[in-house]
Design a protein around this ligand. Structure first.
Ligand code: RB5
Length: 144
């Protein structure tokens, strides 16, 4: 199974640890970009290295978290080959794959419980892009 990179700030730390443990038990390899405690940190410091690695193609799909999911998502989406989608329910995690070919899921850890976070990640990792008309749209996202 492929390696999944994961990163969070202190707001997403506990959920990150839960997801990491579960994904490892499911057979995934995990690259953890931190943070590694509840100590207050600045989310871009952890999110940039992960987004850079997705942008260069080192990893296919990644997981990022912060309290609201917004700061993490905004940081990751600065990279031209990154499509990070903010998800708070299963339908959103399905649609970011089917319609947007997202390569990063951003999770608002203060607004979703562990189980929902894991279910969204599972959907994100196992749902294919539909292509077709959505491909035309996705190709227009990156600023020329
Ligand atoms: C940290 O308190 C919080 O601002 C951060 O986790 C995130 O929600 C930022 O977008």
């Amino acid at each position: 199974m492929s390696t999944i990179p994961i990163a969070s700030d202190h707001g997403g730390f506990e959920t990150k640890e839960y997801l990491k443990k579960k994904l490892i038990s499911m057979g995934y390899d995990i690259k953890d970009y931190g943070t590694f405690s509840f100590e207050s940190v600045d989310y871009p410091d952890m999110i940039h290295p992960l987004a850079y690695a997705i942008n260069t193609g080192k990893y296919k799909r990644g997981i990022i978290l912060c309290g609201s999911g917004n700061g993490a998502q905004m940081t990751a989406n600065k990279y031209p080959n990154v499509r990070a989608g903010l998800c708070w329910n299963i339908e959103q995690s399905t649609l970011i794959r089917q319609h947007n070919n997202a390569n990063i899921i951003s999770i608002p850890a203060r607004f979703v419980d562990f189980k929902l976070a894991l279910n969204m990640v599972n959907v994100f990792l196992n749902t294919e892009f539909e292509g077709g008309r959505h491909l035309v749209r996705v190709e227009k996202i990156a600023k020329k």
